[in-house]
Design a protein around this ligand. Structure first.
Ligand code: ADP
Ligand code: ASP
Ligand code: MG
Length: 416
């Protein structure tokens, strides 16, 4: 008998039929003799719908009120799932994040988990009851309701699995595992049987949204094994564990893409010590997370600086950037949002020269221009035009020998 945390994402609980299918699976797991903690996301695109509604109602979105609003999405799915379980004679109770003691900091919209108390979950489990927990939410030390950032239900699941010492944390989603590229844009992507935390971290950080980045960090720090699998086919999926790859594994594990970033360029930046620091500091103080940074060669003691940032933070960066441009004589700011970050990830890269050369040649052969480049020991990322993203992913996938013989065949639910 094992303790399983099962997380069900938005498409897995998108409508009444899906909720009943999930309840059936939980009932089946219980009948196998296991204890279950189910963590649920909001139904389908409910979170997006609530955000759109907030925009319609007002141009002002205080973090506290946004979190109050967004946590309503997960409340709907947790209670409906418990009703479906009751219909199958399975004893189940729903809990909000605050009820199970997910304690966070007070950073609304992207709160970090500080502690998981979990007493009510422990009690319910010891009575043989299935716990259904609302994902993506917690309560701050100031007793405010918080959310953990988009995709945060993955993090709730991993945090509960760590706190309750679960045997495994299963992440049920709409694809059959972690693939060598997003099967939605690369039909020849292959399912990985296993991937290490380090590689998964790089994939999640560069757009492989199948797992939220924070959840992988949490899993690595607390050594929680993850099993990413489909709630449509229920077949075995991908294990994400601490284990490093074996010698026969390919040098490159995957190609990721990210369309959520924008590029900002500041011109006429004085080329002297402290200027780059002041730009980055001003943005950090405004809560803006910048990613790839490129500075051009200095001409007449002036340079241009470009960096990427999440599209959602462009507005927050606006006034900071305008102030900076005014400070630099002749300084201008330009923004481009039609960009894509395409990355190659693979632990084998460390010991294999020539990866970057093959990557750049492959893109050049397609006439794709590289706007920015950044690397880590196990990743190379480039910024290209958004319109060239799919072709770039597909060609790189083929060039590094990752193409599967068969095209992806499991059902891919439509995303409205
Ligand atoms: P959920 O709502 O279940 O949390 P997500 O949309 O967050 O689902 O994540 C699943 C989606 O991640 C898939 O539908 C797929 O399009 C996308 N995805 C991106 N990269 C990958 C990858 N490398 N492997 C698998 N899925 C990926
Ligand atoms: N419902 C939230 C979102 O859409 C959290 C999640 O699904 O993980 O981001
Ligand atoms: Mg997700």
């Amino acid at each position: 008998m094992a303790l399983l945390v099962q997380k069900y994402g938005g498409t897995s609980v998108a409508d009444a039929d899906r909720i009943r299918a999930v309840a059936e699976h939980i009932s089946f797991t219980k009948r196998q003799g296991h204890d279950v903690i189910a963590v649920v996301s909001a139904m389908g695109k409910d979170t997006d719908g609530l955000i759109a509604l907030a925009r319609e109602v007002s141009s002002v979105h205080p973090g506290r009120e946004m979190d109050m609003l967004l946590t309503a999405g997960e409340r709907k799915s947790m209670s409906l799932l418990c009703m479906a379980l009751a219909d199958m004679d399975v004893s189940a109770k729903s809990f909000t994040g605050s009820q199970v003691g997910i304690i966070t900091d007070n950073d609304h919209g992207r709160a970090k988990i500080l502690e998981v108390k979990g007493d009510r979950v422990r009690d319910a489990i010891s009575e043989g009851t299935v716990c259904v927990v609302a994902g993506f939410q917690g309560q701050s030390l100031e007793r405010e309701i918080t959310t953990l950032g988009r995709g945060g239900s993955d993090t709730t699941a991993v945090a509960l699995a760590a706190a309750l010492d679960a045997d495994v944390c299963e992440i049920y989603t709409d694809v059959t595992g972690v693939f060598s590229a997003d099967p939605r844009i690369c039909p020849r992507a292959r399912k990985l049987g296993r991937i290490s935390f380090d590689e998964m971290l790089e994939m999640a950080a560069t757009g492989g949204r199948v797992l939220a980045l924070r959840s992988v960090e949490f899993a690595r720090n607390h050594n929680v094994d993850l099993h990413v699998r489909s709630s449509f086919t229920w077949e075995p999926g991908t294990w994400v564990t601490a284990e490093e790859g074996s010698m026969e594994e390919p040098i490159i594990s995957g190609v990721t893409h990210d369309l959520t970033e924008a590029k900002v360029t500041i011109t006429n930046v004085p080329d002297r010590p402290g200027v780059a620091a002041s730009i980055v500091r001003a943005l950090a103080d405004a809560g803006v997370n910048i990613d790839m940074i490129v500075q051009s060669t200095s001409v007449d003691a002036k340079t241009d600086m470009s960096f990427t940032l999440p599209k959602t933070e462009v507005t927050a960066s606006q006034s900071v950037l305008d102030d900076l441009a005014r400070e630099f004589e002749g300084g201008t700011i330009s923004q481009e949002s039609d960009i894509a970050k395409v990355s190659l990830v693979g632990a084998g890269m460390k010991s294999s020269p020539g990866i970057a050369a093959t990557m750049f040649e492959t893109l050049a052969n397609e006439g794709i221009n590289i706007q920015m480049i950044s690397t880590s020991t196990i990743r190379i990322s480039v910024i290209v035009d958004a319109a060239e993203c799919d072709v770039a992913v597909q060609r790189l996938h083929a060039a590094f020998g990752l193409d599967a013989v068969d095209v992806y065949s499991a059902p891919l639910p439509e995303r409205k």
